[in-house]
Ligand binder design. Structure first.
Ligand code: SAM
Length: 252
């Protein structure tokens, strides 16, 4: 779906950081109640890095790039932490016009030191230095994700909502994720919807309540047991036999 004609307007969120409202998706890019920066930090970056086993080199899949808060907050985090030594972020996004506009976006002051990187990514779609590489995978996430040929250690699962962006939440979509992730992967998402959790569970992911502080709950998914409160999907299925994952066929 071409996104260039999408009209957007800025919205200030609860923590003072600015997000956008998309007319086409009829949704904001972030939770206005949690705050764009706080949501990124508390729902994605901190849970992912606190749960990932120590590794020298990692690959992160940031689905989808949008305003880049999750990628920029990752960089902000890495400036204060020496591990991992090398980080690659791959981020699908089909809205080229949005990415090109980000060099002028009203980001929070925390991102000020990242300005040269933001400008480079906005202009070129890619930036690389010794410790860090970020690349926007322009195009449809469903086409670009299966092309990834290195094990992904962290997935920030952050598209628009399952209602508005269903093809990035289906059982088949999660099967594609499953194929490209490492055994240690940590998947973070703001969604706690049962069909989303079913889609992950049916692909072998274990599900947990996230340790997020001061933001609404979401889900953490992993392929190995984590020291978090587990979500018992068998019990959920017993209590609600009609619970089902979303399927591509319902939206294509
Ligand atoms: C909720 S926003 C992402 C917010 C982003 N993580 C951030 O921190 O700013 C969703 C993004 O997904 C993009 N998008 C939606 N469907 C897509 C698809 N099938 N392929 C690629 N990008 C898609 C939209 O253009 C939008 O920028």
């Amino acid at each position: 779906m071409p996104q260039s004609s999408d009209k957007k307007r800025p919205v200030r969120t609860a923590d003072g950081s600015v997000t956008l409202y998309s007319e086409r998706f009829d949704e904001c890019y972030h939770s206005t109640r949690d705050g764009a920066l706080r949501e990124s930090l508390q729902k994605h970056i901190l849970p992912a890095f606190s749960l990932l086993p120590p590794k020298e080199e990692i690959t992160i899949l940031d689905v989808c790039f949008g305003l880049g808060y999750n990628s920029w907050t990752t960089l902000h985090y890495l400036r204060k932490h020496s591990s991992p030594e090398k980080v690659t972020i791959l981020s699908p996004e089909f809205d080229r016009e949005l990415v090109a506009s980000l060099q002028n976006f009203d980001y929070p002051s925390e991102f000020e030191p990242l300005r040269p990187i933001i400008e480079a990514v906005s202009r070129e779609g890619v930036y690389e230095e010794e410790r860090f590489r970020i690349e926007i995978l322009f195009g449809d996430a469903r086409e670009r994700i299966p092309e990834i040929d290195r094990p992904v250690d962290i997935v920030y699962q952050d598209p628009f909502s399952p209602k508005k962006n269903p093809l990035l939440w289906t059982r088949e979509y999660f099967a594609e994720l499953r194929r490209i992730v490492s055994d240690d992967v940590i998947v973070t998402t703001y969604s706690s919807a049962t069909p989303v959790r079913m889609g992950l569970y049916e692909n072998g992911f274990l599900l947990y309540e996230p340790p997020s502080e001061g933001v609404r709950s979401g889900t953490v998914a992993s392929l190995r047991p984590l020291d978090l409160k587990p979500i018992d999907m068998e019990l959920k299925k017993q209590r609600n036999p009609a619970a089902a994952s979303m399927r591509d066929a319902d939206f294509l």
